[in-house]
Design a protein around this ligand. Structure first.
Ligand SMILES: [Zn+2]
Length: 300
């Protein structure tokens, strides 16, 4: 992993200072969050999206042509070079076609691994959350990047997009993203998929099938890259079903969400056992413990 600029290195150092954590934890520690510098190795995505890690992570600079990274203090701006390249390409296209500035949410941590809060995936440097806010090209301050919220494009009944906020620019942004050959799938709220299906022609089927309806994802979309050729230990997901996905499988999302009358409890429920958080339960591939322990030339 290389720092592309002095500013990037400063950002990483700043992030580390803000988190006030030691740069490398003892091997026993499960806190991948504390590893704020990538290991010095060729880039490789390891394991699955939900149980994996990242070797030789590349950091996405906080600003670039057509994009800005949000929530910098979380230190979740590392990815496999395919992911970082994808974000830069998408932002470049958005800039070229005047779609708006791309606001980038979480990628992975410096060495991947499970987050202690938020999503279960984003572990092997191949996932990113992108916001629907299409800001004008205005540099956001560090404070704004922490405080500004992502807006939801979905109406409160969950059945359609908000006409006031939805625009052709959102459609174009999703089309650019899904048309990238390295993208495996994109998760969006079902109401957003429905909106895209409304205006589709058969020429859209190729990219539209990669856009998958999922719970949540009303205020951001989640892009998942394919396993890269340089990552033999990366495990792919099952392939996407054929067709555009603008069919009965999409209707299911809306039928399922009809309000259901709650049942009266027959007897007092037993006290549930305390459940371990996901990041404590998840079993990572063996290779990840080596990556966890590895030193970095930036520290020694
Ligand atoms: Zn996500």
């Amino acid at each position: 992993m290389m720092f592309n600029s002095r500013r990037q290195l400063i950002t990483v150092t700043l992030t580390t200072a803000l988190c006030s954590s030691p740069l490398l934890m003892a091997a026993k520690s499960p806190f991948w969050t504390k590893l704020t510098i990538p290991n010095d190795a060729p880039a490789q995505a390891i394991g699955t999206y939900q149980a994996g890690c990242l070797a030789g992570g590349e950091s996405l600079p906080p600003n670039g042509n057509g994009y800005q990274v949000m929530r910098l203090t979380r230190g979740r701006f590392y990815g496999h070079p395919n992911l970082v390249g994808f974000i830069k390409d998408l932002a470049g296209n958005m800039d070229k076609y005047n779609i708006g500035t791309l606001l980038v949410g979480d990628l992975s941590m410096a060495r991947g691994g499970p987050f202690v809060s938020g999503h279960r995936s984003h572990q092997n440097g191949l996932d990113v959350d992108l916001w629907y806010n299409l800001e004008k090209d205005r540099p956001l301050s560090l404070h704004e990047r922490e405080a500004l919220g992502a807006y939801s494009l979905v109406a409160s009944n969950g059945r359609s997009v908000k006409p006031r906020l939805w625009s052709q620019n959102h459609r174009q942004m999703l089309k650019f993203a899904a048309s990238n050959p390295n993208v495996a799938r994109i998760f969006v709220n079902a109401a957003i998929k429905k909106q895209l299906c409304k205006s589709k022609t058969s020429a859209d089927d190729g990219w539209l099938r990669k856009i998958r309806p999922w719970w949540g994802h009303a205020d951001h979309f989640h892009v998942r890259m394919k396993c890269p050729a340089d990552s033999p230990q990366c495990k792919s997901q099952a392939p996407i079903p054929k067709g555009s996905g603008c069919d009965k499988s999409l209707d299911w999302w809306f039928a399922k969400h009809k309000p259901v009358k709650p049942k009266k409890p027959t007897k007092k429920p037993a006290k549930p056992k305390p459940k371990l958080p996901y990041w404590k339960q998840v079993k990572l591939p063996k290779a990840c413990s080596r990556i966890f322990r590895a030193k970095s030339k930036y520290l020694h």
